[in-house]
Design a protein around this ligand. Sequence first.
Ligand SMILES: [Zn+2]
Length: 68
Amino acid sequence: MPQIDTSKVSRFDQHGRRHVVHVLRTGVQRTIRCETCGWRRGAQFLPWLKAEEHLAEAHQATVDPTAA
Ligand SMILES: [Zn+2]
């Protein structure tokens, strides 16, 4: 079983650039922060989903490097 890293979400865009959104735990709340543009927001539920949405919408980065 591959280990799933829940502390960040990374995606490649069509130019092969890697974009990373970090998932930071602050008590019960989670904060997600984009390494590329500095975007951040709180996300109590499914921060990884919100991170994926941001990567797709803001950076057109939809290629999952962990996908087979
Ligand atoms: Zn961003």
